[in-house]
Design a protein around this ligand. Structure first.
Ligand SMILES: Cc1cc2nc3c(=O)[nH]c(=O)nc-3n(C[C@H](O)[C@H](O)[C@H](O)COP(=O)(O)OP(=O)(O)OC[C@H]3O[C@@H](n4cnc5c(N)ncnc54)[C@H](O)[C@@H]3O)c2cc1C
Length: 364
């Protein structure tokens, strides 16, 4: 008998499965298409909110715990699967820090290392960057991962641990027995478990409102487009963020430029105007990029929630239904601690994060 069915196999579903398996649970993941091909594949892999001091405190609490866990997570996955998620502490250089004093105080109170940069030091860190930032700040401990690799490593580890990962299974129906889910159905197959977790990313809100009574997570798709340049190692060393856009250097020299923020429903088309916006930013910050080809341009649907605080916890009316969704722009940055919190709540363990702000009934 399966203990837990997880609906949706992105970073949140996979990390949730990992935590549950570590606690001894038998888990099935039902994924609509193939594992990790939606928002989780499309993201940049920056392991921090973009301007962390602007994020709500419940986001920060999940981020700080995840930040501390990532080095071990990446190392363990690499050892178990021989897939390197390319976790690297490449640092985040922020060009537009609106209130340096306030940001310094914030970093100090949250234990985040920072360095205020003058023009010489800025140039020393990033000789090829042509930004004239107003008040740059450098967060040297901010790391990144390479999303597709982290996802593949997680999938491989979970399969080796006996998790059943069933792809091309869209959950479309449920059968209830009073206040409990009896089974979920994909049309031609049914699946039964003791507990059910929805980790369906941008689809979590519509799925919930189709199948269950109120309350539902207020999660809706927010499109983001990105491009990647086939550049060379050392052209850019740090991740650079300015005016809401960023560049991310990968280990092999590729450089990502992101991202747009578009409220366009479930549309995932890429557009000429987004490509222009991203290339204009990239060329202004790093003119040398003009000499390198754009390898790919893509879009993904973030699971948007009103304040970016995810929904983590049980449905108040349905005893065996849980949610871990709505991570918006910070799904990777918050994944390990989100998975731990959900697992703690589901198994009746005492969480190390105050759970109320993430509950389905809390103001988000
Ligand atoms: C352009 C872009 C840049 C980003 N950059 C960053 C970043 O730098 N750092 C960061 O932390 N975050 C970033 N994000 C956000 C991050 O990618 C998301 O927060 C995260 O991937 C959400 O993970 P998820 O598992 O909830 O959703 P998803 O990865 O979308 O996974 C949900 C899964 O559920 C499946 N599903 C849906 N409905 C059903 C159903 N009925 N039955 C079965 N399966 C179903 C889907 O097919 C999908 O695979 C970015 C996102 C985008 C788009």
């Amino acid at each position: 008998m399966t203990d837990i069915i997880i609906i949706g196999g992105g970073i949140i579903g996979l990390m949730t499965a990992r935590e549950l398996v570590a606690a001894g649970a038998r888990v099935i993941i039902l994924e609509r298409q193939t594992i990790g091909r939606e928002s989780s594949w499309a993201g940049g892999g920056i392991l921090s909110p973009l301007y962390p001091w602007r994020a709500a405190e419940p986001i920060i609490q999940l981020w700080l715990r995840s930040h501390a866990e990532y080095p071990t997570l990446a190392e363990t996955l690499k050892r178990h699967t021989e897939i390197d998620p390319e976790w690297q502490r490449s640092g985040l250089l922020i060009g537009d820090c609106e209130n340096p004093r306030l940001v310094e105080t914030w970093c100090e109170s949250h234990g985040i290392a920072y360095e205020r940069l003058g023009p010489t030091r800025f140039h020393e860190l990033e000789p090829a960057v042509r930004l004239t930032p107003s008040s740059p700040i450098f967060l040297p401990e901010i790391a990144q991962v390479r999303n597709p690799r982290l996802l593949r490593a997680l999938q491989s580890e979970l399969l080796a641990q006996g998790v059943r990962i069933l792809e091309h299974r869209t959950v479309t129906q449920v059968a209830m027995n009073g206040t409990r889910i009896e089974l979920v159905s994909t049309g031609d197959e049914t699946f039964t478990a003791e507990q059910y977790v929805i980790t369906a990313g941008a689809w979590s809100g519509t799925l919930s409102s189709r199948l269950f009574p109120l309350p539902h997570p207020n999660v809706a798709p927010v499109k983001g487009q990105m491009i990647i340049f086939s550049a060379e190692p050392e052209l850019l060393r740090q991740m650079v963020l300015n005016q809401g856009h960023y560049l991310i250097p990968r280990k092999d020299g590729k450089i990502l430029a992101g991202s747009t923020l578009e409220y366009a429903g479930f549309d995932k088309d890429i557009t000429e105007s987004a490509r222009d916006e991203l290339t204009a930013f990239a060329y202004a910050v790093l003119p040398a990029l003009r000499s390198y080809p754009i390898e790919k341009h893509w879009a993904g649907l973030r699971p948007g929630s009103p304040t970016g605080i995810p929904y983590i916890g049980r449905h108040p009316e349905i005893q065996n239904l849980h949610f871990n969704c709505g991570h918006f722009r910070n799904g990777f940055a918050m994944a390990p601690a989100s998975a731990r919190l959900l697992t703690d709540l589901l198994l009746g363990r005492s969480p190390d994060v105050f759970p109320e702000p993430y509950s389905l009934t809390a103001e988000h």
